[in-house]
Design a protein around this ligand. Structure first.
Ligand code: PGA
Length: 241
């Protein structure tokens, strides 16, 4: 495991540079992407590097980790909308190259297996961006999700609904379900970049990286990944030193 500890700004910068190097080495890179507040600064650095002509996304394909069930794509809280706002609309990635699970598909189970198949058929994810939830979730893989899970329909836990309600007008507007890559889907990525920020994540990142590997802490599975790069800001790294 490669572990970088620095300011949040340094994590964003170095993480973005690592992704740009990946794309410059393999212009048709398959990226796995994440939403949430953590990667926003890193995405801003990617946009800057694109504007400075250090990288082109014209051949890149992306697969997002997850999407809510039952809110329209145009909803300001959908992950599709988030990705357009925070990355896709600012770079030269062709619209047909970006994928998120479709939380409005008529047959959600089929959408999950199709999504998994599309990732595999594209050659698999070269580099997956990840954040971590306070309960150790990765994507929407909540505690006790089997490590063998692939893309699936998830009932969100009360703690995740509460955490995500900050983006909605009220807690009862937060969708109760989502589609998420599974833990196995994530672990199949050739490289994983995990970003962790803030004092409120100090406990969980310590547990995930230093504690036992257990489905109770989904992110602990990352200890088993052969190519894990972790970018932790100083506040979140309080217990790692
Ligand atoms: P956050 O979410 O980046 O908004 O803290 C991370 C997650 O829940 O996976």
């Amino acid at each position: 495991m490669y572990l970088f500890i620095g300011t949040a700004e340094d994590c964003d910068k170095k993480g973005a540079l690592e992704i740009v190097n990946q794309i410059n080495n393999k212009p048709d890179t398959i990226l796995g992407l994440a939403t949430g507040s953590t990667p926003v600064g890193m995405y801003q650095n990617l946009i800057k590097l694109y504007r400075d002509k250090k990288v082109s996304f014209s051949q890149v394909k992306t697969y997002n980790l997850d999407e809510y069930v039952g809110i329209p794509r145009e909803h300001v809280c959908s992950y599709y909308y988030f990705m357009q706002e925070n990355l896709f609309s600012h770079i030269d990635i062709p619209a047909e190259n970006v994928s998120l699970p479709d939380g409005n598909a008529p047959d959600l189970e089929k959408e999950c297996s199709d999504y998994e198949e599309r990732i595999a058929n594209s050659g698999g994810i070269d580099l997956q961006v990840l954040g971590i939830g306070h309960n150790g979730h990765i994507g929407f893989n909540e505690p006790n999700t089997p490590f063998e899970s692939v893309t699936h329909l998830v009932d969100l836990t009360q703690s995740t609904i509460k955490a995500n309600s900050r983006f909605f007008e009220s807690e009862d507007q937060v969708p109760r379900q989502a589609l998420s890559m599974g833990i196995k889907t994530i672990m199949q990525a050739k490289k994983i970049l995990l970003f962790v920020k803030g004092a409120d994540k100090a406990d969980i990142i310590h547990k995930a990286l230093k504690g036992p590997v257990t489905p109770e802490v989904p992110a602990s599975v990352l200890q088993l990944h052969p190519n894990l790069h972790v970018y932790v800001d100083k506040a979140a790294a309080a217990k790692l030193k």
